[in-house]
Design a protein around this ligand. Sequence first.
Ligand code: NI
Length: 170
Amino acid sequence: MIRDILIHPDPRLKKPCEQIAAPTAEIAQIAADMLETMYDAPGIGLAAPQIGVMKRLIVMDCIKDGTPEPMVLLNPEVTWSSEDLSTYEEGCLSIPDQYADVKRPAAVTVRWMALDGSAQERTFHGLWATCVQHEIDHLDGKLFIDYLGPLKRQMITRKMEKLKRERARS
Ligand code: NI
């Protein structure tokens, strides 16, 4: 089922999310809905708080052309970050049509729990590294605009407030 994506500013996008004790059928259903919602948007990543579920769960697929590679990560945690940084122009499904350069570690190792309960670990590079860090930030109530200067951040926030007013009216 496609879920509504919360638009910034929203208090739920600023709050830290809870650890998931164990994968359940309910968590699997939320993950399936999140992937469907992400592909429909379309986007390359989505975090549970973006659909109002305050749990540490993210989905992503950074393959643009070729066989899709949907990933579901429960309780993802960065265990290593490269000293090398890289800059990507980031966007966010909760901040539609706004993009800005963000500098982050170029590679990160992430540990997480899969839907079958198994422990996983992988080192991500390139767009995958940026995406996984952006999505984990969501679980800590952090948005990519928090990396920008206050003026740019306020400008984007005002545009989003206006967008929400317009959507509420129509
Ligand atoms: Ni985002």
